[in-house]
Design a protein around this ligand. Sequence first.
Ligand code: ARG
Ligand code: ZN
Length: 853
Amino acid sequence: QAKSRHDYQPPAFLIPTIDLHFELDSAATIVSSVMQLRRQTAGAALKLDGQHLKLLQVLIDNKQLSDAQYDLSGESLTIPDVPDAFELKIVTQIAPVENTALEGLYMAGNSYCTQCEAEGFRRISYFLDRPDVLSEYRVTIKAAAASYPYLLSNGNKIAEHITADGSRIVQWHDPFPKPCYLFALVAGDYDLLEDNFITASGREVALQLFVDKGQAHRGDFALQALKRAMRWDEQRFNLEYDLDIYMVVATDFFNMGAMENKGLNVFNSKYVLAETATATDRDYFNIESIIGHEYFHNWTGNRVTCQDWFQLSLKEGLTVFRDQEFSADMGSATLCRIDAVKLIRTAQFAEDASPMAHPIRPESVLEMNNFYTVTVYDKGAEVIRMLQTILGKEGFAQGMALYLKRHDGQAATCDDFIRAMQDANRYDLSQFALWYSQSGTTQLTASQQYDAATQVLTLTLGQSTAATADQSVKKALLIPVRIELLLSGNEKQSHLLLLTEYDQVFSFNNISNEPVVVWLEHFSAPVKLQQQSSDDALLHIAAFATDGVARWDAIQQFWSRKVAEVIAGKNAQHVLPPKLFQMMQSWLRDPGDDKALIAELLSLPDFETLAEQYEQIPVDGILSALEQFRQIIADRLQSDFVSCYQQVPVSAYQYDEASVGNRRLRALCLGYIAFQHNSQQLLQAHYHQADNMSDTIAALMASQQAQTDTFKALLADFSQRWNSDVLVMDKAFGLAATQPSEQVFTSIEEMQSHPLFSWKNPNRVRALFSAFSMRNPRQFHSADGKGYQLLQYAVAKMDAINPQVAARLITPLLSWRRYDESRQQAMRNVLQVLADSSSLSNDVFEKVSRSLS
Ligand code: ARG
Ligand code: ZN
């Protein structure tokens, strides 16, 4: 029963207003919904979506319907015969405490919480659960006053009182019409952090952050980040916040990162709570970026929403792009970009090569929750970035302004967005629009020719996109290829090439000597690049390119060649030129100001990045090559790592660009030093002297990766120290699950009986099992199939509890065709076991069946 994008029909009815009443009760919440409806399509029956609801009453214009007047089959409520304009009242009963899927209204500990995107509202009441039905909401919530000091919903609070029998009743009104996926309700007892923000035009906005009791001291960073995001959107895109209040609630029970509900964001507490002792630099970065992301949705998502779920990238790709630009402005732009590139090259390329391949605007969907993907989000953001590259920052901003002006208050499409960009810039984007409909990763081939006599440089570019699981024919895309020419004597030139053909030649005159060409500078398009440049040229780029991302990229490509050579049988020592070590040495001796970049330049590519360069992934070959290179580097530069480690300044913890860089470089050095047999003391010292979680984790990871005995002791100490703090215990679960040794299986077993571990909490399950399957290639791909069996066990167990999380967990198994025969067999076996189970959710079924067919 998959849905197809082309089957879109406008809604047969509109629902301009809805009045919702909740009487909260964990086992029997009563929801009454009063809606005004208006017919759009003559003759159509009214068909409302609903799931897991107990229907108590249906009334039309205050008259109760008899059973014969409606049909309750499948997951809908159909009323065949309704007037053109009428009031519909529906009363339902739901059981939040039984809702372990965490969609709709559920219990998060003692609190009530909702998640309605994509199609969770239908678990609250019967409704037209689709993003193109926009309503003005009034919400009344009733609960025991003493246990529920806070009863929250979208918009402005208009009344609150306590009844004689001790119930609290709060009313909310959201003046902005919205689709039901943006509805939210939260009820509980929280610590509240308050602040305010004055918008550019001088309006005061109250900011409120609700966190679990006792966590208030961990909320300040998020609140400050929110203010930075609000200011940034004013300055960069001229966009102001529109309500008088902005609320953020942090919960430990959440399927995803966070949710942009109008005026009432709900966040996974992992992406809100931070203090020096418990949060790493990465955590701080994520919090700022996700706080930004959800805030930016207020315009790109809420004020302008999506016509249907196939258009998801309209809001998500665009909003990820916006949060990336925000993060780049707040910290190191180079580091942000490197992170984004890594994600595309690992998870996104893998998705394109998998049975789940889809364009950023999918064509066919069974379970919408399966399409909140790295393709829709992150490749989607790359597509927006390319637009900005092609149109220029100014032109892009004009396109944004036109898009928001045209579609404010509407449910729009990706085509609407392209049209606004096109009209604002008078630029034909019809070929560019193929990025929305074509799936797969494009291969770019690049070569150069130089004629010294005529001083002409000729660059040849070619593109090809292999067929994907969902689509066989691929057209030529418009690909912006940024290049830099590195000429002799430090002379440099930058150019933007627009590749529109399958093969194209670009010529440059008056080039006085043969340059080294930096291709795809700043990763100007989400493609794979095959280039002819010599190893020497790559190292030259790593040393001299202007763009830090290009420098990192060149050395990554260098390493991936070397890995390939070792896999092909060459000696690991012999393939590494002296020049490489000289360069690494000079970075270590004089790291300069951008220490974080230096740390990246000194890092080997990770397994996942390398794996994506092979159709058939040589698991053991990649792991062994990486291991050999790591040991060679550690040995050859031993004293340089030690002295760099000692020279990098250490100061009391602060989260700013320079100190993050210092910590990163020290951690990098420590990681290599750990491979020396006498490193135990230093690892111990680093761990015990740490005044912050970044350094603590650095010691744990270094000792873990080098498989030292120290690791066991440190992890035991760490788990002991934090055994009552869920957020930090998630890190311990992750460390246990990413041990490269076989010990990992015992550790995962033990961790499952930790008092804080719970199958009902997605963060816990992800911390243990996603870490294992996505960040422990050695043991996940263990030749005896034990890793696959462990994941199958977790997926099956989880599917009965929370299908959405189970379906994400299964991802690494779907690509079974890309491994050697015996691994293929082992992976297929566990997929088959899942497929044969009688009670599979839609979520897992869609993936397993695509994968096995
Ligand atoms: N819109 C949210 C965000 O990106 C994510 C919601 C995901 N929900 C889901 N059911 N998959 O910010
Ligand atoms: Zn989003």
